[in-house]
Design a protein around this ligand. Structure first.
Ligand code: F6P
Length: 546
């Protein structure tokens, strides 16, 4: 049944009108237990969702909506390996990669746990060879640098995690990432490296992505006369892919092709062999701890009642804003330098999953399905875009993410950092009223006329909602739990809003047009193009012709 037809949906629509008139400060004043009641404490972190524009009635109805949407049924289907990615006819089994399923499961006649374990074992052995210095290039020199060639899900997860786990990095090898087909990136990375000691990991689920395959071919050319291309491919290239036959055809040695499967979505694939650079950077044990942390969140998501279930609550709060309250954007604000890539990672995870407008019934959704995700390190954002968060007419709900324990030994820094994080969510919530501003200006000795002129600019309406996720410590285990928290939040939100979260048809159109257009840059035959595109091609051709 169409989700918008449920009474809970209609009630939430009218509650949204009511909540627009409520103040967060009043919600706290009315209920001294609010912070405790609207928080979930897990071994890895405290999830505080009390600074949201919700009350008990809203929450009850959101939970009712989740029930009406059969969230628990869909969750069971996910973990049972049902083909819930229906437009691609596949199950969605990234939890299986981290032991997040309870029993053993077969997909296409193959036992999933056996496949996963054997690939993990291969990964472990390869990483050990690398760390022990046994892995040598074609001239016999030890591999010291690894370059991951991949884009989207074949890049963002591994780099984000490696950055987040800086404090856990081993020093046997340096890891580099090249995702952009703009040759400037590959060129810059190669300029620092010696081909004899460099290994390339070609990471691509499909092994057809233009950006990645172009970079792989240029990387191969870079070896020049060091050895024949056949030898270079065998000694200096590794593939991670769900299309091993294509990697083999490219010339990569079969024993150096690490596999994952079509039941792992690209943006959910860091737990698979796509995580090879992670294991190289922090060691296989570190990678294992990351997987274990995610499995902990899988269990929480499966077992906790919906009203105490962190990813479910996050999803409900998120859809409350983008679907009912009319707040279409959501900021990700980490207060932890190591998490600087988290906003970029979550942009793909959330927006490629729920940035859709066709419902499971094939109808046009006439409601918001997922927020526009953006953000950056909170402390830097404070000196950049927080002005907008505090005083723009638009309300942007936010996630503040930090950890109690610093990832460095320098005294005095962490308290400043956390004090800022706590203060910002408080400032967004409380704001400053006209009356308070006037009082403050009068206390500073300003004259009545000056106060009248200045006061309007200093008013902060407040009432701007946020979640806070406060980790005990950022380590491989808690990072795994944090990422899986968002993964399940995304899934729950998609299910409730009746969206297929695991396909990404919207990225195909541009890719197809680019392939068709590319030869026209050379040929000059672009009669089929619209006037603007033709003008751009024309300008390009004029400039390149000199
Ligand atoms: O951008 C679209 C996309 O298909 C993503 O979903 C995916 O993570 C990325 O491209 C890379 O794809 P592949 O791993 O097949 O190279």
């Amino acid at each position: 049944m169409d989700i918008t037809q449920f009474p809970s949906w209609r009630r939430l629509n009218s509650l949204a009108e009511k909540m627009h008139g409520r103040q967060l400060r009043d919600l706290f004043n009315d209920d001294p237990q609010r912070a405790a009641r609207f928080s979930v404490e897990l071994p890895e972190f405290l999830f505080d969702f009390s600074k949201n524009l919700i009350d008990d009635e809203v929450l009850v109805n959101l939970l009712q909506l989740a029930g009406d949407a059969d969230l628990e049924g869909w969750r069971d289907q996910l973990f049972a390996g049902a083909p819930i990615n229906r437009t691609e006819g596949r199950p969605v089994l990234h939890p299986a990669l981290r032991g997040g399923l309870s029993g053993s499961l077969q997909v296409g006649g193959a036992p999933v746990d056996v496949l996963v374990d054997s690939e993990l074992q291969r990964l472990k052995e390869f990483v050990n060879l690398l760390h022990n210095g046994v892995l040598a290039g074609c001239t016999g020199r030890r591999i010291t640098d690894v370059v991951n060639l991949g884009v989207g899900g074949s890049h963002l997860g591994p780099e984000m995690v490696i950055e987040a786990l800086r404090a856990y990095r081993r020093d046997e090898v340096r890891i580099h990432f090249v995702s952009n087909v703009d040759g400037a990136q590959l060129h810059d990375v190669l300029a620092q490296l010696n081909p004899e000691t460099t290994l390339f990991v070609v990471s691509s689920k499909t092994f057809t992505t233009t950006e990645t395959m172009t970079n792989a071919r240029s990387a191969l050319d870079w070896f020049g006369s060091v050895a024949s291309p056949e030898v270079v491919l065998q000694r200096h290239f590794v593939a991670v892919t769900a299309s091993p036959e294509k990697a083999c055809a490219f010339g990569i040695a079969p024993q150096r092709i690490f596999q994952f499967w079509d039941w792992v979505g690209g943006r959910f694939s860091l737990w698979s062999a796509i995580g090879l650079p992670i294991a190289m950077a922090v060691g296989f044990e570190g990678f294992r701890a990351l997987l274990d942390g995610a499995a902990t969140m899988d269990r929480h998501f499966r077992q906790a009642p919906l009203e105490r279930n962190a990813p479910v609550l996050m999803a409900l709060v998120s859809l409350w804003y983008c679907t009912f309250m009319g707040y279409p954007a959501h900021a990700i604000l980490p207060y932890e330098q190591a998490l600087h890539m988290l906003p970029a990672y979550l942009q793909q995870a959330e927006m490629e999953s729920n940035g859709k407008s066709t419902t499971r019934a094939g109808e046009e959704a006439d409601y918001g399905t997922g927020p526009l995700i953006w953000g950056m390190l909170g402390i830097n954002g404070q000196h950049a875009f927080y002005q907008y968060l505090h005083q723009s007419p638009e309300v942007v709900p936010a996630d503040f993410i930090g950890s109690v324990t610093p990832g460095h030994p320098l005294p005095g820094h962490h308290e400043i950092l956390l004090a800022n994080m706590f203060a910002q969510s408080q400032a967004l919530m409380n704001g400053v009223s006209r009356e308070e501003v006037e009082k403050e200006l009068a206390a500073r000795g300003l004259r009545a006329e000056e106060i009248r002129k200045l006061a309007p600019y200093k008013v902060h309406r407040g009432n701007r909602p946020s979640n806070t996720i406060l980790l005990r410590k950022l380590d491989p285990h808690s990072l795994g739990a944090l990422i899986a928290l968002y993964e399940h939040k995304i899934f729950a939100q998609g299910v409730i809003l009746q969206i297929y979260s695991f396909d990404q048809w919207g990225v195909e159109l541009g890719k197809g047009l680019a392939s068709a257009l590319q030869p026209q840059l050379d040929s000059g035959d672009f009669r089929n193009q619209d006037a603007s595109t033709a003008g751009l091609i024309n300008f390009y051709r004029r400039v390149t012709a000199g």
